[in-house]
Design a binder for this molecule. Structure first.
Ligand SMILES: NC(=O)c1ccc[n+]([C@@H]2O[C@H](COP(=O)([O-])OP(=O)(O)OC[C@H]3O[C@@H](n4cnc5c(N)ncnc54)[C@H](O)[C@@H]3O)[C@@H](O)[C@H]2O)c1
Length: 250
């Protein structure tokens, strides 16, 4: 068990990549503090039952992670329950599409709030505890579009490029305290986030990829385990790892 008795906060853990990371962490022995935006009670119970079946202790904290009060509550609840935070996974995110000439200020601002501001907020409230314990792993879910850009996605690409720059900066600040910070920048992954995208666009996108298919969430989660585990992830910091079907090669 690579994460035995480690305590991890995962934002936006109700489905998709966040849920897959929660399951992968539970399998490796971690205890979990999961943030959900809004999820029917029976689905929350089904997921927590599954995670507890691996022996994990699990708490769930509802709320919009772009709001400071949600983040404060999430961190307080985690510390009250587990007494420490070893791993922070900033996963929550939205994707909307608009050409720049049509984009409303509200669309831009909402993207920045959820996909970038939330990453600052959770990090701001978790890091003092990690500094005190002289260890911690911060894993931010970016996207390959933060590296290469995308049509109708200037706000999404900007927010995620911001996450990558933010991560490199905190990696520089926090390494001396035994804290690492890295990004995972997945390529297109089959989740609800991309469910509504035009099928023709998806067909063409697959043709562009070196591995001509979208990834599965189970093919992203192991990278999070790698970055969280000791010794596997010990000397990765400020990096952007790319489970991306070859969409970006650096
Ligand atoms: N699916 C892809 O192709 C892909 C590719 C690259 C990066 N990503 C990134 O991966 C992350 C997870 O996306 P996914 O594909 O699993 O999508 P998803 O839609 O399945 O999951 C997104 C999660 O974020 C949560 N969320 C959204 N707004 C929130 C808020 N304000 N507060 C709290 N939670 C909120 C949702 O409830 C959900 O649990 C996102 O950051 C996304 O940008 C996804």
């Amino acid at each position: 068990m690579k994460l035995k008795d480690k305590v991890a906060i995962i934002t936006g853990a109700s489905k998709g990549i966040g849920k897959a990371i929660a399951i992968a962490f539970a399998r490796e022995g971690a205890h979990l503090s999961l943030n959900f935006l809004q999820q029917p009670e029976d689905e929350v119970k089904k997921l927590t039952d599954e995670l507890q079946s691996f022996g994990s202790r699990v708490i769930t904290v509802r709320g919009d992670i772009s709001k400071e009060e949600t983040v404060k509550h999430l961190v307080e609840q985690t510390l009250n329950t587990f007494g420490k935070i070893d791993i922070l996974v900033n996963n929550a995110g939205i994707l909307t599409q608009s050409l720049i000439q049509d984009m409303t200020v509200e669309t831009w601002d909402r993207m920045m709030e959820i996909d970038l501001r939330s990453v600052f907020l959770t990090t701001r409230y978790v890091v003092p505890h990690m500094i005190e314990q002289k260890s911690g792993r911060i894993i931010n879910i970016a996207t390959q579009l933060g590296q290469k850009g995308g049509v109708e996605l200037s706000h999404y690409a900007a927010a995620k490029a911001g996450v990558i720059g933010f991560t490199k900066s905190i990696a520089l600040e926090l390494g001396k305290y035994g804290i690492t910070a890295n990004c995972i920048a997945p390529g297109p992954i089959e989740t609800d986030l991309v469910a509504d995208i035009d099928p023709e666009w998806k067909k063409n996108k697959k043709k562009e990829l070196a591995i001509p298919r979208f990834g599965k969430v189970e093919e992203v989660a192991p990278t999070a385990v790698l970055l969280a585990a000791d010794p596997d992830g010990n000397i990765y910091t400020g990096q952007t790892l790319g489970p991306n079907s070859g969409d970006v090669m650096i």
